[in-house]
Design a protein around this ligand. Structure first.
Ligand code: SF4
Length: 211
């Protein structure tokens, strides 16, 4: 019993020290605009995410800033692998909240089918992405994304959404060995959110510039 107690204490202490390391290095990296120990920091977060959030809350640190940092870190670490994957094996999932509130798109088993009505920027940007070779879906929710990933087996996915959605999506893609890249919307919400399309194309064009 004593040994189990001691082991538990050691594990807790290790987890706490890891979390302190992750928080300290992350905020220092954010301040300096440079990723320090990216692999260690990313592994540390995976190991002790709950405790990292607890420490941020305790010190009133902005855990949203930390999450955005981890998405940037994740993209940076995946960009080389992503660049090597052909665009035909990449998928883009656009959130349905980017649509105009009067959107006439039909809901189908493969997501919402844009009718290029011009009320929002989705139609023209789907065309641009498809011209690059991408497979693009407008997803009404995460269930469709999981279904399309199982059905079409993309090797890389660009997920677009708010902080929580993108973070959860990237974690899931990591677990199933798909190269994930995240792009954040500029505005959270359920209706008429906004995306800086240049942010998306900055990622989408990785590895395609020369072609
Ligand atoms: S362009 Fe497409 S997604 Fe946008 S409102 Fe029209 S049909 Fe809907």
């Amino acid at each position: 019993m004593i040994t189990i107690g001691e082991l538990t204490l050691v594990l807790l202490a290790g987890s706490f020290l890891t979390a302190i390391f992750v928080v300290t290095v992350s905020f220092y990296s954010i301040k300096r605009g440079h990723f320090y120990f990216p692999r260690l920091v990313k592994s540390g977060l995976v190991m002790s995410e709950g405790m990292v959030k607890g420490i941020c809350n305790f010190f009133s640190l902005d855990d949203k800033e930390l999450t955005a940092f981890f998405i940037r870190l994740h993209n940076t670490m995946n960009s080389k692998a992503f660049s090597k994957i052909e665009s035909s094996k990449r998928a883009v999932f656009l959130p349905q909240c980017l649509r105009n509130s009067q959107c006439p798109a039909n809901l189908t088993p493969e997501g919402l089918q844009c009718r290029r009505c011009g009320r929002c920027e989705i139609g023209q940007n789907i065309d641009r992405l498809e011209n690059l070779g991408y497979n693009v879906w407008i997803a009404p929710g995460s269930t469709l994304i999981k279904r399309m990933v199982i059905k079409y087996k993309p090797e890389a996915v660009i997920g677009i959404g708010c902080l929580v959605e993108v973070k959860e999506g990237l974690d899931l893609l990591d677990k199933i060995n798909i190269v994930g890249m995240g792009v954040l919307t500029m505005k959270d919400g359920c209706v008429e959110t906004a995306l800086n399309w240049n942010d998306l194309f900055e990622v989408a064009l990785l590895g395609l510039e020369d072609k």
